[in-house]
Ligand binder design. Structure first.
Ligand SMILES: CC(C)(COP(=O)(O)OP(=O)(O)OC[C@H]1O[C@@H](n2cnc3c(N)ncnc32)[C@H](O)[C@@H]1OP(=O)(O)O)[C@@H](O)C(=O)NCCC(=O)NCCS
Length: 217
């Protein structure tokens, strides 16, 4: 387990993986990297463990996606087979180098709290798009903010992303607030940018750059 000395990183920890190639992680640490397999970036915060998705999570993730209050504000289809399909694609995302998905688990109990992803990463432009969902049993405790801050820090520092962006639907102020608390700025609304669930949707665009502060406490 690696703990950063950079005060901006708070209590974010990254568990590295062992082998011969060396990677400088955060400020002043060197961890061993495997030469063939890229280690999954397990993240740890005060209350959460962000770990690799696994098909064993499909059932609990299915319960989460069966809740209309969870899928109402996203393009995730309301389909009973969606959780399995999404879990399969989330499990492959990091290895594909096109993004990265984490299961958010309660640190003490291991219970699935939600999920968070870089849905896509453009390595040439160094841009990543985040998305997330949290089980309503855990809403309002600052947990998604905690998870997003960890992912943002990791994205800028280790994935070398310059810009991280997200979109929300106009009637989802809780998600807007989570983004603001992780240092994102509202950049404008793209009218009828998306079409899903049988209608066009305006998307509220949020973004932050590596130069933006991470001085949350
Ligand atoms: C959006 C979501 C992830 C927030 O998770 P959470 O763990 O409750 O978030 P946090 O507790 O970290 O922060 C929520 C913030 O929104 C605020 N909030 C909640 N409902 C709100 C509302 N109706 N209007 C304004 N603010 C609201 C909370 O007060 C809190 O802000 P505060 O700390 O300043 O008081 C969760 O509601 C969710 O999973 N929703 C369904 C899926 C979803 O919308 N995903 C995002 C798609 S873009």
């Amino acid at each position: 387990m690696v703990r950063s000395r950079d005060p901006r990183w708070g209590d974010l920890q990254w568990a590295g993986c062992a082998d011969s190639r060396r990677l400088v992680c955060g400020i002043g640490y060197t961890v061993a990297m495997p030469t063939t397999v890229r280690p999954f970036p397990y993240l740890s915060t005060a209350r959460l463990r962000l770990r690799a998705p696994d098909m064993d999570d499909a059932e609990a993730f299915g319960v989460l996606l069966s809740l209309p209050e969870v899928t109402r504000y996203s393009n995730i289809p309301d389909s009973p087979t969606m959780a399995g399909r999404m879990m399969r694609s989330m499990a492959k995302l990091h290895a594909s180098r096109k993004g990265c998905a984490w299961i958010i688990a309660d640190a003490a109990s291991g219970v699935l709290v939600g999920a968070i992803r870089f849905n896509r990463v453009d390595r040439r432009w160094r841009v990543g798009e985040v998305g997330y969902e949290c089980h309503p049993n855990f809403w309002g405790r600052g947990l998604m903010t905690e998870a997003l801050r960890a992912v943002v820090q990791f994205g800028h520092q280790e994935f070398r992303l310059n810009r991280i962006e997200a979109w929300t639907l106009p009637d989802n102020p809780a998600s807007d607030r989570v983004l603001e608390k992780a240092g994102f700025q509202y950049e404008g609304t793209l009218r009828q940018k998306a079409h899903f669930k049988g209608e066009y949707h305006d998307l509220r665009i949020f973004g932050r750059t590596a130069a933006d502060p991470m001085n949350w406490s």
